[in-house]
Design a protein around this ligand. Structure first.
Ligand SMILES: Cc1ncc(COP(=O)(O)O)c(C=O)c1O
Length: 342
């Protein structure tokens, strides 16, 4: 951070350039990455970069926090919400394929809670050539189809919000792709649509840049990411071993999953949450309201079929404390409290 302050170079300088190369390489994307201001911006810029424009439709799921829905609406396109698989809570490929129309311009696959979705299996259901964008905001380092997320689809969006598996000390995000043309478009879109300074060449551009201090911090943290992901997985395993007899878990702590969140589910979620809170254990709900029930999105999304699995998940999921800094004593106490409350 001092190096950046002393350099006098604060936006789109050498730290950002190096981080983009290092994070791209981490994901297996030789073409690199494009640093942007947030994960939500990364989604919007990735969607524009793969060719989504106003009037098109983008298929996604309703239980992933509304970030994709917001990004699609910002482009002037229509989010089309389809149900998820009842167990994994990831997009259901069959329902996704059934929702494709002549207006469909892309699919957004969310690797929810750190659990990677197979884009290869999804593509088997889709018309060839339909772009797939990964929402990898919760899944830095997760593996599907034998590769890290970020290179499974045509482009991917990452968030570096401080609590993410790889977090900055403020907001940040990145677009990752193996396709240089997509990355070139993303690079123009993050900076006013410029192809060179003061020459605006593509529409839909804006100011969405990763700053040098965030990039410098991310460069220090990136080499620790796999160790921290292991720590998250180990915490989830402890919860699974200790309380699986009492409560159903959405999270599976296998090696491909980076356990951004350790998520259980229960039909009386809210009462359990209150009990845990009274006993001193903080939990969270990711996410309580399906997108089609959000006031801000009313009348602006298309839901071709009911989404009972996603709706039920929003009423039942509960995220337990799970982050690398959790101490052994805190974990022990959380586990025994969860056993007591359930
Ligand atoms: C699944 C998912 N997608 C997108 C985002 C958006 O990222 P940001 O907060 O950096 O805009 C988040 C987190 O905030 C997220 O959890």
């Amino acid at each position: 951070m001092l190096r950046v302050v002393r350099s006098g170079f604060y936006v789109l300088g050498p730290e950002t350039e190096r981080f983009e190369a290092e994070f791209g390489a981490f994901c297996g994307a030789g073409a690199g990455a494009v640093g942007v201001a947030s994960g939500t911006d990364a989604l919007e810029i990735a969607l524009r970069a793969v060719g989504v424009s106003a009037g098109a439709e983008v298929i996604t799921v309703p239980n992933a926090g509304g970030y994709t829905t917001g990004a699609v609406l910002a482009i002037g396109a229509t989010p089309v919400l389809v149900d998820v698989d009842a167990r994994s809570l990831l997009i259901d490929p069959e329902r996704c394929a059934a929702a494709v129309t002549s207006r469909t311009a892309a699919i957004v696959v969310t690797h929810l809670y750190g659990s990677p979705a197979s884009v290869r299996s999804l593509r088997e259901w889709l018309p060839p050539g339909l772009p797939v964008v990964e929402d990898a905001a919760q899944a830095h380092g997760a593996v599907a189809d034998g590769q890290r997320v970020g290179v499974l689809g045509d482009a991917a969006a990452f968030s570096f919000y401080p609590t993410k598996n790889l977090g900055a000390i403020g907001d940040g995000g990145a677009v990752v792709s193996r396709d240089r043309a997509i990355l070139d478009r993303a690079r123009m879109l993050r900076q006013y649509g410029w192809s060179e300074r003061y020459v605006a060449s593509v529409g839909g551009g804006r100011n969405s840049r990763l700053d040098e201090i965030q990039a410098a911090v991310l460069r220090v943290k990136l080499p620790h990411l796999t160790t921290w992901n292991d720590a998250r997985r180990a915490i989830a395993r402890r919860f699974l071993d200790a309380v699986s007899d009492r409560v159903e878990f959405v999270t599976r702590a296998d090696a491909s999953n980076v356990v951004h969140l350790c998520v259980a589910r229960h039909p009386e979620r809210d009462a359990l949450r209150d009990r845990l809170s009274a006993l001193g254990v903080g939990t969270a709900v990711h996410f309580p309201v399906p997108d089609h029930a959000q006031t801000a999105f009313a009348g602006r999304v298309r839901v071709p079929e009911p989404t009972p699995c996603a709706d039920r998940a929003c009423a039942e999921v509960l995220s337990l404390p799970c982050f690398p800094e959790l101490t052994e004593a805190e974990l022990e106490s959380a586990i025994s409290t969860v056993r007591e409350a359930w």
